[in-house]
Design a protein around this ligand. Structure first.
Ligand code: NOJ
Length: 761
């Protein structure tokens, strides 16, 4: 090459390098619209790099699923450096997040930041009550605030994406993950879904203390047959549309940025490979423009289900169905490039997935400052702060449900009493944290014993009576339960014999509910029932405080024990919350978000079941819908919960008795606090459509109001009903509001209240 040509060649190279460098940074221009920035970036991405964005690896510290079949730590780092990792899960703490982000941003060709996901299910390190317990508050502002503070603490630890909320409706107490949702009712589930999404995401996703949220598990995971974890779900269109999908739709309407699909099959199709759910409904009818992450290895598991021949087939089916990101199957990164090159998968599907993922990263502001969540100073000041603890204590008190209080044994007198506190769970500082508490340090909950010790006026004697858990409570291990050691019974009985009141804290340990914790028995585990009966024989003044992550079936206790407090697993401030309720410094106002069965044989039991043809024993013979060995009603119904005061309902009024379709129905009821204490009541409105083109539930919640009433005070509580509450989806998935009569009931629980009627012409 002559000198001139060489010089001009060099100039040309310099020109192209300069132009391409200039181009490569244009997506960083904050003044451009996000969609344009995505296009500018995607134009520069190779197919490898695009597929990389669809790959999510777990960090090496916390495992929340089976260990992957492939992928060493070194390989993961290699892949990050190549730009083949779009997201990491369970990498937490500003130092670790910063270190991984640095590789992505500074060592890869395009410097695309990683999005860091984590299961912030009921808090990060400072824990709120388990989600089922929070739902028992029926207090949407409190639930939203709980998600808000969780986002604050999680983002301070480097995270920018939570795998929550879990919006799975479930009515099966056997299923361990019932603790993660809002219970059995769709209307309540819709409201709670919205509260949690808006709490996590706030109004500005780009702020450094808001977090992208994830509605999961799409769909019908809560209907796993027989409550058996990872089992199949079967249901028709009307149940899917009326019961399962509305909380997911509510999450979309509230702006949720991501979805997670589920492990189960729905009507024979693994949710991860379900085009109808992910493309037709979510991304089609609902117009969702965020992205869908698979559940842990659920793409690979389609092979085990027998729905895909091998990893390549599973990848093709998952991406075609609309699963945008592969969590820990290690398959997209291995298979998708080949599948596009050989024409099996259309590159447009990859482009669509990548655009969705990048959109959320841009919205979070990760391209503007990839280290915005990595402020070690903020981490130090926010984590475990007093404000954080105050917030979770407030939520914990609101989540407690008073199930029984015969003879007003509660609240406890504050002085002059000898109180025996019995049960290993009373002194347990770990169990109250519940399941999904990966970032919380062990034994950081305030125990009930510690909470009660704050009240100094009484003599408090503690005896554990029996151990509950003998095993390590590690997330991945089975819990071993004591049912053989009775050596603590005598000391417990002695303490009871000398006490004025006995408080017994019994129930499940923290890891007896949650993922992979299905149960076939719903009684008190181990020999706790025997302990309860032995103590009760000595002293009848028993207050039973329940710790549990699911409804328990406790007919003996309900019949015999004078006071029962449902305290679930209330998180970091458990003991303080329980003590304040027991001593009456907080008046309980929680209501059950799920029916409590009499026995496991009633499961699934739920208040809004369809009408049967033989509901009652009208002829005094055997041919009606019942059990021959049990009542068919629940032990405690949905919506039930007592207070230390009492409420009276009067004057249910409707503004008219006949309406035309589309008209708003206005209802009101007067509620009076008839007791001696100020209190709160959840006023609930139920409707029933007695004749319809498909059989409708016996009743359905369609409105509720949490009202505060001073003692003696009366308030008029107003409700409105519109087409949104009156209609239903039929078996074709069409939403119908049908003319005819409707029954309405307003009261303080699902099985009792004032009734009325109206008609739609
Ligand atoms: C599996 C669970 O089903 C899901 O809810 C969770 O987010 C992932 N593991 C990640 O931990």
């Amino acid at each position: 090459m002559n000198k001139f040509l060489k010089q001009s060649f060099n100039l040309t190279v310099v020109f192209f390098v300069t132009v391409s460098c200039a181009q490569s940074k244009m997506h960083l221009d904050k003044d451009k619209a996000i969609e344009e920035r995505i296009t500018l970036l995607m134009d520069q991405m190779t197919l490898d790099e695009k597929v990389g964005q669809m790959n999510q690896y777990n960090g090496s510290w916390d495992f929340t699923g089976p260990l992957p079949e492939s992928g060493s730590e070194e390989e993961k780092y290699e892949h990050i450096k190549k730009g083949w990792v779009g997201s990491m899960l369970s990498v937490r703490g500003t130092d670790k997040v910063r270190a991984v982000q640095k590789i992505a941003v500074e060592e890869t060709r395009l410097g695309i930041p990683i999005i860091f996901g984590f299961d912030v299910i009921h808090g990060y390190k400072t824990l709120s009550p388990i989600p089922l317990a929070e739902a028992a508050s029926w207090d949407l502002d409190a639930i939203k605030n709980s998600a808000r503070v969780a986002a604050d603490e999680a983002t301070a630890a480097g995270l920018n994406w939570t795998f929550g909320p879990n919006v799975d409706i479930s009515n099966d107490a056997r299923w361990g993950r019932i603790m993660e949702g809002a219970g059995e009712d769709t209307y309540l589930g819709v409201k709670v879904a919205k509260a949690r999404v808006t709490g996590f995401q706030g109004t500005d996703l780009s702020a450094n203390n808001t977090i992208a949220s994830c509605a999961k598990h799409f769909a019908a995971y809560g209907f796993a047959e027989a409550g058996l974890e990872y089992n199949s779900a079967e249901m028709g269109t009307s149940k899917l549309y009326n019961v399962v999908l509305p909380p997911f739709k509510a999450a979309v309407d509230a702006g949720v940025r991501t979805f997670m699909n589920s492990f189960n099959t729905l009507n024979g199709v693994p949710a991860t490979g379900d085009t109808f759910l992910q493309r037709d409904i979510l991304k089609g009818a609902w117009n969702f423009n965020g992205y869908v992450v698979s559940d842990w290895a659920s793409i690979r598991e389609m092979v085990v289900h027998g729905y895909a021949a091998d990893g390549a087939d599973a990848s093709a089916k998952a991406v075609t169905a609309g699963s945008d990101m592969d969590m820990e199957s290690h398959l997209y990164v291995k298979e998708l490039v080949k599948l596009v090159e050989d024409g099996t998968v259309d590159e447009k599907l990859i482009d669509d997935a990548v655009r969705r993922i990048l959109r959320v990263k841009f919205e979070l502001g990760l391209f503007d400052d990839p280290y915005k969540y990595c402020d070690a100073e903020r981490e130090k000041s926010v984590t475990g702060s007093e404000a954080m603890n105050d917030a979770v204590l407030d939520m914990a008190k609101k989540s407690i449900v008073l199930l029984k209080n015969d003879g007003n044994i509660l609240p406890l007198k504050k002085s002059g009493q000898r109180i025996a506190l019995i049960g290993a769970l009373a002194a347990d500082k770990n169990s109250p944290l519940g399941s999904w508490r990966i970032a919380a340090d062990d034994n950081t909950a305030v125990s009930v014993l510690e909470g009660m010790q704050e009240y100094k006026g009484n003599t408090l004697v503690y005896e554990k009576g029996t151990d509950v858990s003998l095993g390590q409570q590690l997330f991945v291990q089975e819990v071993k339960i004591n049912s053989e050691d009775y050596s603590g019974f005598d000391a417990a009985k002695k303490a009871a014999s000398e006490a004025d009141v006995v408080v017994m804290v019994l129930g499940e340990v923290g890891f007896q509910s949650g993922e992979a914790r299905s149960r076939t028995e719903l009684g008190l585990p181990g020999n706790q029932q025997e302990l309860l009966e032995a103590v009760f024989e000595i002293n009848k003044n028993v207050v039973l405080v329940l710790n549990n992550g699911r409804p328990l079936a406790l007919p003996w206790a309900a019949e015999n024990v004078p006071a029962i407090v449902e305290a679930w697993q209330l998180g970091t401030q458990t003991g303080n919350a329980v003590a304040q309720i027991l001593y009456g410094d907080y008046n309980p106002s929680g209501k059950l978000p799920v029916s409590f069965p009499r026995s496991v044989g009633q499961c699934p039991i739920y208040y809004n079941h369809l009408r049967t043809g033989r509901p009652v024993n009208s002829q005094d013979n055997v041919f009606w819908s019942h059990y021959i060995d049990s009542q068919k009603t629940p032990l405690y119904p949905f919506g039930y919960g007592l207070s230390y005061t009492s409420f009276k309902y009067e004057n249910l009024k409707l503004n008219k008795s006949q309406y035309t379709k589309g008209e708003t129905i206005e209802l009101s009821v007067e509620v009076t606090n008839t007791g001696n204490l100020d209190g709160k009541e959840v006023v609930q409105l139920y409707i029933n459509d007695p004749v319809a083109s498909i059989v409708r539930p016996v009743k359905e919640l369609k409105g509720f109001e949490l009202v505060e009433l001073k003692k003696g005070e009366t308030k008029t509580v107003k409700f409105t009903l519109t087409d949104a509450e009156l209609g239903f989806y039929n078996n074709n998935g069409d939403y119908l509001v049908e003319a005819g009569k409707f029954n309405v009931m307003i009261g303080g629980q699902s099985d009792k209240g004032l009734t009325g009627q109206f008609e739609i012409e």
